[in-house]
Design a protein around this ligand. Structure first.
Ligand code: ADP
Ligand code: SF4
Ligand code: MG
Length: 351
């Protein structure tokens, strides 16, 4: 039951956080963000459709979804890191400034300092020809204007903070001399070096074994709490999100289909897709790691069905679902769900 107690505490924290009531506004507001793939000689293909969410100081929002649901493209769009063949619409406001309207230079200045990232693949994110310590020190030198000596000292300190043993010596190691878990810690050190307001972690522990996963998540939580950073945690692992997130947004075929405080979503899902996924996890106290999909497969971009995108797989589908797309409607107790026939939140909680 420990998870549920944490969940209650988290819900209370969420509820007491200033919202649209004259308190400080959100750090990040993503509104109707759509992402499309540009294809030479063919119509652009929609892969992310009208995704909206907000992040408040110190809050963790988990963006969950099966592989291919559009999580990483959403993150890349927020960070202004989309590849050439991909275009974003909508708005991504960081403390009121729409990042989608900024020049590359202005964006680069904000990345790292205000918005930082941890990716799944630390080996390709770090430069293999430079030492790990030097790469962290460079961030501090460039953005903070520290001298070489001060940047080095601060980088050694940070390596210690992320629990790299013997940090002064390991400062001089190249990325391949670190284990996967240590590289991920080094990436986290680099990401939090400047005390960012928003940290976006895209599958930060997917490549690691379960014990190391837990340590890395603990470290992320600890450092975010210290800096009051908002964390956007992207994962396909419901169990991982349950242990960390204040709120959860579930994506399916490029859309958010349900968004709710974590405790409520896990106890009483409103969307049939959410319920299907939760039923596939035997117990959230002993997560199996990874989504066990409901029968069938998600549609590929370009083959999103009419009506509700989930209708071919939905056990609750009725005629209307095949023709009318449900809007993401605000419901009771701070949740939104895109479904014509949401499950009754008064129903008994899941067993
Ligand atoms: N650069 C790209 N070019 C073409 N298709 C892409 C590109 N990036 C992602 N996609 C496609 O867009 C969809 C969403 O991808 P992604 O955001 O990476 O999903 P997720 O992170 O949820 O697994 C997938 O079908 C993927 O194949
Ligand atoms: S709108 Fe219809 S098909 Fe879609 S999730 Fe709700 S009940 Fe199922
Ligand atoms: Mg991804």
């Amino acid at each position: 039951m420990a998870d549920h107690e944490n969940g209650d505490a988290r819900a209370a924290r969420s509820a007491s956080r200033p919202r649209d009531d004259g308190g400080p506004g959100p750090v990040l507001e993503v509104e109707e963000l759509s992402v499309e793939l540009l294809r030479p000689g063919a119509a652009a293909q929609l892969v992310v459709e009208q995704v909206s969410f907000t992040l408040h100081e110190g809050e963790t929002l988990a963006l969950i979804g099966e592989s291919g649901s559009g999580k990483s493209l959403t993150a890349m769009a927020v960070l202004g890191l989309l590849p050439e063949n991909v275009r974003a619409h909508g708005s991504v406001r960081y403390r009121g400034t729409d990042l989608l309207t900024l020049s590359d230079d202005a964006l680069r200045a904000r990345r790292g300092k205000h918005l930082a990232t941890v990716f799944q693949d630390s080996l390709s994110a770090l430069n293999p020809t430079l030492t790990v310590g030097f790469q962290i020190a460079e961030v501090l030198r460039v953005h903070r204007g520290l001298s070489r000596r001060a940047a080095r000292a601060a980088a050694v300190d940070l390596l210690g903070r992320v629990r790299i043993p013997d940090p002064a010596r390991r400062y001089g190691d190249h990325p391949h001399q670190f284990s996967g878990g240590m590289r991920q810690r080094a990436m986290i050190a680099m990401a939090v070096a400047l005390g960012p307001d928003v940290l976006i972690a895209d599958e930060p522990t997917t490549a690691l074994d379960v014990t190391v996963q837990a340590q890395i998540m603990e470290l992320l939580e600890e450092l975010c709490a210290e800096h009051r950073s908002a964390l956007l945690l992207i994962t396909h692992d419901l169990g991982l999100a349950a242990g960390t997130a204040d709120r959860v947004a579930l994506m399916y075929a490029g859309r958010i289909v349900e968004q709710a405080p974590a405790v409520r979503l896990y106890e009483r899902p409103a969307h049939p897709y959410t319920r299907g996924l939760l039923n596939a996890v035997p117990s959230l106290d002993a997560p199996v790691g990874g989504l066990v999909p409901v029968p069938g497969t998600p549609p590929a971009p370009g083959a999103f069905p009419d009506g509700c995108v989930f209708h071919p797989r939905c056990p609750s589908a009725r005629d209307r679902c095949a023709t009318q797309r449900p809007a993401l409607e605000p419901g009771a107790d701070g949740r939104t769900a895109a479904c014509h026939y949401p499950l009754d939140p008064q129903e008994a909680p899941r067993a």
